[in-house]
Every structure is written in structure tokens, then in C-alpha cells.
Design a protein around this ligand. Structure first.
Ligand code: CTP
Length: 401
């Protein structure tokens, strides 16, 4: 991904996430962009203009009516100079100003005076993010073509948990970079989330998969131009843009839908944490406690990934392996045993891998190995998709006989 030659005007407003902006400037520059910074008065409570001047290599503008600064690059010239205006962090205040067209300070004036693409990376407490006024303002901005970058879900500076966290600098850079349509014309089926295997009308066997990695992979494939069917177990996530979602509950249902959708597909990415076993029989009524130990008889579920890999012509098949130990050995074993082209392996434990924003991935192919490190799931998904595209191209677009 590259931002080569892009002129980015970074607007920093007064949120605690402003402390991440020096790193954001660096990441934008590493991706090839030229960056100039404008700060709101509120931002200066969190970070000094001098810091951002040092990393950007340019004087930071803070006021609209600054004769000295206007003598250099005036605000209209600055608005014309930019290819992109990125406001990060974007507070509820600046979002409201933009939505209602206030030219209240330098940044909001620039936003009105520019023809550049405008990106906003919101950062605020989760209840504020959820406030109808903020929602409505964002809807208004998006309908006018402003791009919303995030927010992410996770720990917040206020000690709460939820949506409203500013995305990490590398996630923001990835959003601005977009992706090349390297998979245009290809069709993929992706599985995501857990499966629930019913025991009786109110209970099931399940696992802690959130579905986020699978949804991120589906999104990254769609961004790369592929047509994507996302077969999702029970998860609480919204469908990524451009993706066809099919909801299922059990492993057997997942296999059935995947099999139908693979008819015309070129690739399969199995990210779902499919239950390996299901109860042999489903009780018609709720099982009552009896004061005695209870034994559930389990039978093995079909292996969806291995079933898909046996199809001919063979699609390009990518599996995931969640391991608590011996990552490489287990991943290579699965590559062999399941007939996959790639296995993306991550370590899981009580505190990592499942239901988190970040992940650590290593990808194993028959002859190659990629260590993608520890990153946000959406970034990892994009990198995995780049590997898939490269490998499929080497194999003649994945249509293997
Ligand atoms: N998978 C699948 N169908 C199953 C089980 C697993 O498609 N019934 C896929 C998963 O989506 C994942 C890969 O197989 O891509 C690896 O899953 P994992 O549970 O790690 O492997 P298992 O074969 O179940 O091996 P283990 O004994 O380590 O649990």
C-alpha cells in the first residue's frame, strides 16, 4: 500500500488520542505522503505544535488569523495544496462544526475551503459516539462524501470499553491507502465466527470466536476487488461493505452453504472456529438436572476446509490454525492434512487471539513462510489478502486442475 506523493493535511483536534499523532505523521510519511499539520486550540492541551513541527518538518498552523503564517502558505493555499484532509483525532465538536458548516477556526474553515477528500477519524467516549446528535452529524458528513475512518472498539482513556477509540496510526494509513483491485473477477467464500451446536432447545456448545478476523478477511478481499460470500456463524458484527453475508448456526449448516457457494468460487478462506464435535442427538425438551453426573455423547463434525480442498478443479484454499503451542509444527501439519495452500496461524490463550482487536499471525505455505507480526486484525487481513493474491497469481490465478 502506498501514499506516494499524496499531500495530506492532518488536522489534530482536542482529544487524548492526539498523543498518537506524531506516530501517525511518521507512518504517513513512511507510506510516501507529504504531511502538513493544523491544530485546533483544544489539541494544544494534549500535544505541542513543536512536536508535530519536528516530525512533519513544517511549521504547524494553529490560528486562522495569524498574519505571519498567512504570509507563508495562506489558509486558502493550504486548502488547495491538500489532496486529502485527515482529521485525527476528530472530536464530537469538530464533527458538529463540519456537519453544520461552521468556519469557526482554522481547521473548520479549511474543511469548507478545500476540494480535497476529507477523512475523519473519530475519537470519543463510547456514550458520546452513540449520541444521536453525533450519529446524525456523521451520517450527514458521510452522505456528502466525507470518509469515516473508524472508530475502533476497545479500551478507552476514560476507563470504559466500547466503540469510540481512534484507530491506530497504521490502520488509518491503511484506510487512506485503499487497495489495488488485485483480485478483480475472482470469487471467494469466507467462513467466520463460531458455530453453535445445540444440546437442547436452550443450550449449545460454542466457543469464544468473535468473528472479527473472518469479517476483516472478507472486507479485505472485497476491497481487493473479489466477489465475496461470507458464511457467518452467530456473531454480533455488521456486514462489511460489498460483501454478501449468509448466516448459519451449526457446522453442518455451514458446510451446506459453503458447498453451494463454492460452485463458482476460485478461493476459500476458512476463518471460522468450527466446532469439531456436536452432540449426537438434540434433546426435544430442556434437559433437567437430576443430581447425577451427565454425559453428553459427541460426534465429529465434517471438516469444511478439508472438504473444500478436495474439490476439483481445486480452489485456492486458506485455513486458519489457532494453537496454544508448537505453532509452526501444527500449522504445517494442517497444511498437509487438510490440503490447504496456506495456513494462517495464531497463538491463542486465555488472554489472546479470541475476541480482541489485535492478532498475531504467521502464514505458512508449502515453500514459504511470512511472519506478519502483531497488528490490528484489519491490517493483518489486508496483508494476508496480498499474500493470497500473489500466490494465486503464481499458480495461474488459482484455477488449479
Ligand atoms: N475447520 C473447518 N471445519 C472444521 C474444523 C475446522 O473448516 N470442522 C477449519 C477452520 O475454519 C480453520 C482450520 O480448519 O481454517 C483449522 O481449524 P482448527 O480447529 O485449528 O483445526 P482442527 O482440524 O480442528 O485441529 P485441532 O485438532 O487442532 O483442533
Amino acid at each position: 500500500m502506498t501514499l506516494n506523493g499524496r499531500k495530506i493535511l492532518l488536522g489534530v483536534t482536542g482529544g487524548i488520542a492526539a498523543y498518537k499523532t506524531p506516530e501517525l505523521v511518521r507512518r504517513l510519511q513512511e507510506a510516501g505522503a507529504e504531511v502538513r499539520v493544523v491544530m485546533s486550540a483544544g489539541a494544544e492541551a494534549f500535544i505541542t505544535p513543536l512536536t508535530l513541527q519536528a516530525v512533519s518538518g513544517h511549521r504547524v498552523r494553529t490560528h486562522l488569523l495569524d498574519p505571519e503564517a498567512e504570509a507563508g502558505m495562506g489558509h486558502i493555499e493550504l486548502a488547495r495544496w491538500a489532496d486529502d484532509v485527515l482529521i485525527a483525532p476528530a472530536t464530537a465538536q469538530v464533527i458538529a462544526r463540519l456537519a453544520h458548516g461552521f468556519a469557526a477556526d482554522l481547521l473548520s474553515t479549511l474543511a469548507l475551503a478545500t476540494e480535497a477528500r476529507i477523512w475523519i477519524a473519530p475519537a470519543m467516549n463510547r456514550v458520546m459516539w452513540d449520541a444521536e446528535a453525533v450519529r446524525e452529524n456523521c451520517r450527514m458528513l458521510v452522505s456528502r462524501g466525507v470518509k469515516l475512518v473508524g472508530p475502533g472498539v476497545g479500551d478507552q482513556a476514560c476507563g470504559e470499553q466500547g466503540p469510540g477509540r481512534m484507530l491506530d496510526p497504521d490502520e488509518i494509513v491503511a484506510e487512506l491507502g485503499g487497495s489495488e483491485p488485485v483480485l478483480a473477477g475472482l470469487r471467494f467464500v469466507v467462513t467466520a465466527g463460531p458455530t453453535h451446536e445445540p444440546i437442547d432447545p436452550v443450550r449449545f456448545l460454542g466457543n469464544r470466536s468473535s468473528g472479527r478476523m473472518g469479517f476483516a478477511v472478507a472486507e479485505a478481499l472485497a476491497e481487493a476487488g473479489a466477489r465475496v460470500d461470507l458464511v457467518a456463524g452467530p456473531v454480533k458484527l455488521s456486514t462489511p461493505p460489498g460483501v454478501q453475508r449468509l448466516d448459519v448456526t451449526t457446522a453442518s449448516e455451514m458446510l451446506e452453504v459453503v458447498t453451494a457457494r463454492m460452485e463458482n468460487a476460485d478461493g476459500f478462506v476458512g476463518v471460522a472456529a468450527v466446532a469439531d464435535y456436536r452432540p449426537e442427538s438434540l434433546a426435544d425438551d430442556k434437559i433437567k438436572k437430576s443430581g447425577q453426573p451427565l454425559t453428553l455423547q459427541l460426534v465429529e463434525n465434517p471438516d469444511i476446509l478439508a472438504t473444500v480442498a478436495r474439490r476439483r478443479p481445486k480452489p485456492f484454499v486458506v485455513g486458519f490454525a489457532a494453537e496454544t503451542r508448537d505453532l509452526e509444527r501444527a500449522a504445517r501439519g494442517k497444511l498437509e492434512a487438510k490440503g490447504a495452500d496456506l495456513i494462517a496461524a495464531n497463538r491463542v490463550g486465555h488472554d489472546r487471539g479470541f475476541d480482541t482487536e489485535d492478532n498475531t499471525l504467521e502464514v505458512f505455505g508449502a515453500e514459504r513462510h511470512w511472519n506478519l507480526g502483531s497488528r490490528a486484525k484489519r491490517i493483518l487481513a489486508r496483508e494476508l489478502v496480498a499474500i493470497i493474491a500473489e500466490q494465486m497469481q503464481q499458480d495461474g490465478n488459482g484455477k488449479k486442475q
